[in-house]
Design a protein. Structure first.
Length: 202
């Protein structure tokens, strides 16, 4: 599918359920995506927004796009909606430089196993190739995944940071505080190494 003219917006659920949709070429004028815009487009494998003006990937934008493995986005993305990759087959993602707000819900239902942060991001980082998202100013690990490690410079594990992951062991070497539900439902977690002074939440 090819768009021409001055298309600026694709509304909520614009292409939801279009299971035969395989290819889309977006115009440079596109600046807004609605929530659930491509939900259930099971034939899509690649989407390229790099030449558009979009600044946000809304909630559940690609939910259930089971064949989607490659998502190219522009550097000016500043917002990632809850569950925007839910049910896709994307396993790697780099947090863009402009994103300054993330929650555990951001990657809800996704298959992400490898995460990194653009080096120009002033809010978050993934120092020491830790495969996690860290709030830079507070040295708090906000989002962890099954293969994450906790760098020595991290002093806090955020609320629900590792919840629902398959992490098996974790070294909290210099962590002073573990917030509530940080390891909620981590059923495969068997080994935790921590200092005696570490404060564990609920």
């Amino acid at each position: 599918m090819f768009f021409d003219g001055d298309l600026k917006e694709l509304g909520n659920s614009a292409f939801a359920g279009k299971t035969q949709l395989k290819n889309i070429t977006f115009p440079k004028t596109l600046s807004t995506l609605g929530s659930n815009v491509f939900e259930g487009c099971t034939s899509l494998s690649t989407l390229d927004f790099t030449h558009t003006l979009i600044t946000a990937l809304p909630s559940e934008a690609f939910k259930g796009c089971t064949n989607l493995t490659d998502l190219k986005i522009p550097n000016n993305i500043v917002s990632l909606g809850d569950g925007f990759l839910s049910g896709t087959n994307i396993t790697r993602f780099t947090i863009p430089s402009g994103v300054n707000s993330l929650t555990k819900q951001t990657f809800l239902g996704s298959n992400i196993s490898e995460i990194s942060v653009n080096n120009l991001n002033q809010t978050y980082d993934s120092r020491n190739e830790c495969n996690a998202v860290i709030h830079s100013k507070s040295d708090t690990l906000m989002l962890g995944f099954s293969g994450s490690t906790v760098p020595a410079t991290v002093t806090r594990i955020g609320q629900e940071a590792f919840s629902e992951t398959n992490i098996q062991q974790v070294d909290l070497q210099n962590v002073q505080k573990v917030e509530d539900k940080a390891f909620l439902n981590c059923t495969q977690l068997s080994t935790v190494t921590a200092e005696t002074t570490t404060d564990f939440g609920n």
